[in-house]
Ligand binder design. Sequence first.
Ligand SMILES: Nc1ncnc2c1ncn2[C@@H]1O[C@H](COP(=O)(O)OP(=O)(O)OP(=O)(O)O)[C@@H](O)[C@H]1O
Ligand SMILES: O=C(O)C1=C[C@@H](O)[C@@H](O)[C@H](O)C1
Length: 280
Amino acid sequence: MIGKGMSYGALSVINAVSTGKGAAFGIDLKTEATVQLISEPEFTVEIDGHPTESVSLARFSVEEVLQRYPNAGMNGAVIRTTSNIPISQGLKSSSSAANAIISATAAALGVTIDPLEIGRIGATAAIRAGVSITGAFDDACACQLGGLVFTDNSNRELLLRRPMPEGYTAVIHIPPFQIRKTTFPSEKMREMREMVAAAYDLAVEGDVFSAMYVNGRCTCEAIGITPETADRALSCGAAAAGLSGTGPATGILVPDEGLDEFLDRFGRENVLLANIRNGV
Ligand SMILES: Nc1ncnc2c1ncn2[C@@H]1O[C@H](COP(=O)(O)OP(=O)(O)OP(=O)(O)O)[C@@H](O)[C@H]1O
Ligand SMILES: O=C(O)C1=C[C@@H](O)[C@@H](O)[C@H](O)C1
């Protein structure tokens, strides 16, 4: 029983660690997964190009699905993933991987799982694996559905989904270090709940670009880094910029017609380009 699944990446507007509510939008970075189910209770995981990354999320994602289909008689799996999403940078590699693996497991079982349920199962697996604080249901929805989503991660509910503005390219600045969830200062982030809640309201009202910046500044302060990259991006012609997720990558939105000039000024090093994905 073999199945294939895929999911995309996302960038943050609001980090849900402060208040439990988050917002994120889809981009076209991509993860593909193949899952072969076996009857023996054994798991083999290959994360293409990342032989030392933890395989717990992949295993728990399959286990969570198998627990819901006990009559299938499947107890283990051979899992392979391939992705162009940098890991532990705030770019939703874990949510994308969980979505893709859960979809592949469902395909192997010959069942269909609703996209929101895929996100809920992934949130459970991510918390079990220690790669998420709230379950990151916002990220899972943005990766799976595309568009701009607002979610209540505490209750794993999708509150609102609408398209992102057209005509912008996502420029992602990737510093040469990672931030793992186990070292993220969640308590400091929660101390900024009022400011983050105000940014969330701004985004709901339609000012997504300001919300990204304010949220990013708050997350930078919690981590103890300066928002220098976002500030520099704005001074080089970006329409929006802010630290994504728990960082350290910065998501930057640049008007398509000004992209070359922006890159000439901002620099092309440590930069990844992606398209916004508004989904169907
Ligand atoms: N392609 C993949 N296949 C399987 N597991 C993956 C894959 N990518 C990431 N993971 C799992 O997710 C972990 C990284 O999770 P982490 O939350 O640190 O990063 P992230 O999801 O990129 O960040 P953020 O949630 O802030 O966007 C990896 O250690 C690995 O266990
Ligand atoms: O680990 C988590 O729960 C989260 C991580 C970041 O990606 C955030 O952007 C997200 O809102 C929540």
